[in-house]
Design a binder for this molecule. Structure first.
Ligand code: NAP
Length: 326
């Protein structure tokens, strides 16, 4: 078994400015990249702007990570963080504002905690919840409108709430809310769901869940707090008002790739156009996780990306160093 001297790999308690591999984003992709990078004896730093774990840190339960039948999202995040740290990764809470590739080949990352240099960069910021963009949404965010059932659901114990969307997120979070709220309305703009069938069946079996299909939310209404939703039927055009104390919006994800937009090719929705090897058009920069084009966005595919990206970064550093740079 390999012996790791964590201090050697991670540096001391002072955050050094020169690293082998800089990972941006502390979700499953980033944490796995750090684990693999550390095991390759690369000095590895992770930048995370909010909370380690990414989307799983705001997910109630993960039930499809092989080998772990059921686990709370934040607990899985904690285990992944611990595992990455065991192999020496250093986590810094900072937002990366700019990335440049210097003449010599190294990358400079300008962050809210200062500038750092790295030989390779793994961009693993994933994606964030999309907004509906209708009147009242912004105004009532934090006052009834939410994008995180785990964070805000418990405030609405016994109350009527709505979940908007027809994908896995809407269904898994509606299942969670069904255990807390008095009533859960699942509002979806059509009759077919993207969500996996197992979640659809589970939600249908809940007595306090009602499906409102072919409906879109056109306005969030309230005074100090959200009072209800103005809905329009997509088939008949009929308007209605639904009284709810909270609305949880789960209408898909938006990639967080603005910082790297000049260094990578993006598709029309902003996802990085990189393949399974996670390589971008900028040598030494890799994109892993939900922020790249891919068929399936799940924890298992994110961690797979992270592992690949770390091995690619290791290979890249070996190659440039054998050529005498940087
Ligand atoms: P998603 O799969 O993209 O689904 C988004 C849903 O929102 C769709 O049903 C879509 O309707 C609806 N929608 C989009 N724009 C809308 C609008 N403007 N107004 C009303 N409805 C709108 O997104 P997600 O559910 O957040 O999932 C994201 C990824 O994470 C997926 O790959 C998913 O599989 C994965 N995930 C997996 C799990 C799990 O396996 N346990 C849990 C959560 C998420 P249409 O169907 O009509 O387009």
């Amino acid at each position: 078994m390999l012996e790791f001297n964590l201090e050697d790999i991670a540096g001391t308690s002072e955050v050094e400015s020169e690293w082998d591999v800089a990972i941006v984003g502390g979700g499953p992709a980033g944490l796995t990249a750090a684990l693999y990078s550390g095991r390759s004896m690369r000095k590895t730093i992770i930048f995370e702007k909010l909370a380690v774990g990414g989307q799983i840190s705001v997910t109630d339960e993960v039930d499809n990570y092989p080998g772990i039948e059921r686990i709370k999202g934040p607990e899985l995040a904690r285990l992944m963080e611990k595992h990455a740290k065991r192999f020496g990764a250093k986590i810094v809470f900072a937002e990366v504002l700019k990335i440049r590739k210097e003449e010599g080949g190294k990358f400079t990352l300008e962050t809210t905690e200062g500038a750092f240099k790295a030989k390779a960069v793994i961009w693993a910021t994933g994606a964030e919840p999309r907004k509906l963009g209708v009147p009242g949404e912004k105004e009532f965010t934090g006052r009834g409108v939410s994008y995180c059932a785990v964070c805000d659901g418990p405030f609405f114990k016994g109350k009527p709430v709505a979940v908007i969307g027809g994908g896995d997120s809407a269904f898994t979070e509606a299942l969670y809310l069904a255990g807390i709220a008095g009533k859960v309305y699942l509002i979806h703009r059509r009759e077919q769901f993207r969500a996996q069938r197992i979640y659809v069946e589970q939600l249908k079996s809940k007595p306090n869940v009602e499906f409102l299909l072919n409906k879109v939310v056109v306005e969030f209404v309230g005074d100090k707090m959200l009072k209800g939703l103005r809905l329009v039927d997509t088939k008949t055009g009929e308007e209605s008002f639904l009284e709810v104390s909270a609305a949880f919006v789960y209408i898909g994800l938006r990639p967080v790739n603005e910082v790297i937009q000049d260094l990578v090719d993006l598709d029309e929705r902003g996802f990085a156009l990189v393949g399974e090897d996670t390589k971008t058009k900028t040598p030494g920069l890799f994109v892993a996780g939900d922020g790249r084009v891919k068929f399936l966005r799940q924890v298992v595919t994110a961690v797979a990306d992270g592992a690949v990206a770390a091995m690619m970064a290791d290979e890249y550093i070996r190659e440039v160093e054998s050529e005498g740079q940087p």
